[in-house]
Design a protein around this ligand. Structure first.
Ligand code: PBG
Length: 327
């Protein structure tokens, strides 16, 4: 048959398929989220995230070394304090858990790029992402605390801060505080488009950060909304965000693409704890092949427009990328 176009022609040879591949993935774009706890000699498995652990500072190096070996050079730090209080004071204590973890990583693993998640929910007794006024999170009061936390994280050794609280105006408050304290070159990666999502369930088990009452829907976004994502991204850029994040990733590829089209800064996608848990459970049951699924889900985020991919599978992904096994 005479056909002017035979799209199959470019799929007919594996070398050719790789030559014309549109999405190329590089381990340098991966970020691994790590949970650090108080105490010594701890490596506790997170029940809803098999294969993921909470590390005490003295054992966190085991994971950092594995990541470096695999080619993952960026890590996002989450601290889980021993004590929580109403004001989340552990989040900005100079000897707080995340501050000590950042300092130790800087000393022991200087080749790792250290991102600090910046939020209060792991540190507050009520589990909300800010300071309460009655049953409400007080936006403007919370900004003062977020600014303080950012400075304390930068002083401890964070190379970048990543606010995940969803308060209005937090990027400018944080930028101002960092600049005033001499951290003009510390970038802000804003969780600009963060939906109120059931996909965070396993994370809240890991960090003990489920809200004691109510939910996060008065600050995180309604997942029915798309225009609002563009509004949040644009506002954060005006306020000085260096990188815009969309979260979760897997069910939000449309949003990643829209944000990518709108902004001219790098876009990050966070493949969250629930995405990890679903893949692990299906693979443990023998229903899916982990390597193939993890690769395909990552390719989707990059194809949608992500420049940076934050994933609990970062180590495995780096190996797939290096071995050219993807796809
Ligand atoms: C802190 C924070 C959360 C996540 C990242 N930063 C939890 C939440 O908002 O409840 C979720 C990460 C994940 O599920 O992997 N606010």
């Amino acid at each position: 048959m005479e056909l002017a176009n035979r799209p199959r022609r470019l799929r007919s040879n594996p070398l050719l398929r790789k030559m014309v591949r549109e999405t190329r993935m590089d381990p340098a774009s991966l970020v691994y989220p790590i949970f650090v706890v108080e105490g010594e000699n701890k490596k506790e498995e997170i029940p809803s995230m098999p294969g993921q652990y909470r590390y005490s500072i003295d054992r966190m190096g085991e994971k950092l070394a594995e990541l470096l070996d695999a080619g993952v050079t960026s890590v996002m730090f989450f601290g889980i304090p021993a004590q929580k209080d109403e004001f989340g004071s552990g989040a900005y204590a100079p000897d707080g858990i995340v501050q000590r973890a950042l300092a130790s990583a800087k000393r022991e693993f200087p080749s790792i790029y250290r991102v600090a998640d910046l939020c209060m929910c792991e540190y507050t007794s009520h589990g909300h992402c800010g300071i309460l006024c009655g049953q409400e999170v007080d936006n403007d009061k919370t900004l003062e605390y977020l600014a303080k936390i950012a400075v304390s994280q930068a002083q401890a050794g964070a190379d970048m801060v990543a606010p995940s609280d969803m308060m209005d105006g937090r990027v400018s408050a944080i930028r101002k505080a960092l600049d005033q304290n001499g951290f003009i070159n510390t970038p802000v990666m804003a969780y600009s488009v963060k939906y109120a999502s059931a996909f965070y369930g396993p994370f809240r088990d890991a960090a003990g950060s489920a809200p004691a009452f109510g939910d996060r829907r008065s600050y995180q976004m309604d997942y029915h909304n798309r225009r609002e994502a563009l509004k949040e991204a644009a506002l954060d850029i005006e306020e000085g965000a260096d990188i815009i994040m969309v979260k979760p990733a897997m069910a939000y590829a449309d949003i990643i693409r829209e944000v990518r089209t709108l902004v001219d800064v790098p876009v990050a996608a966070y493949s969250v704890s629930g995405e990890y848990a679903m893949i692990k459970a299906a693979c443990a049951a023998g229903f899916l092949d982990e390597g193939q699924i993890v690769s395909e889900a990552a390719a989707c985020a990059y194809r949608a427009g992500a420049d940076i991919y934050i994933s609990y599978f970062a180590k495995e992904l780096a190996a797939y990328m290096k071995e050219g096994k993807l796809g």
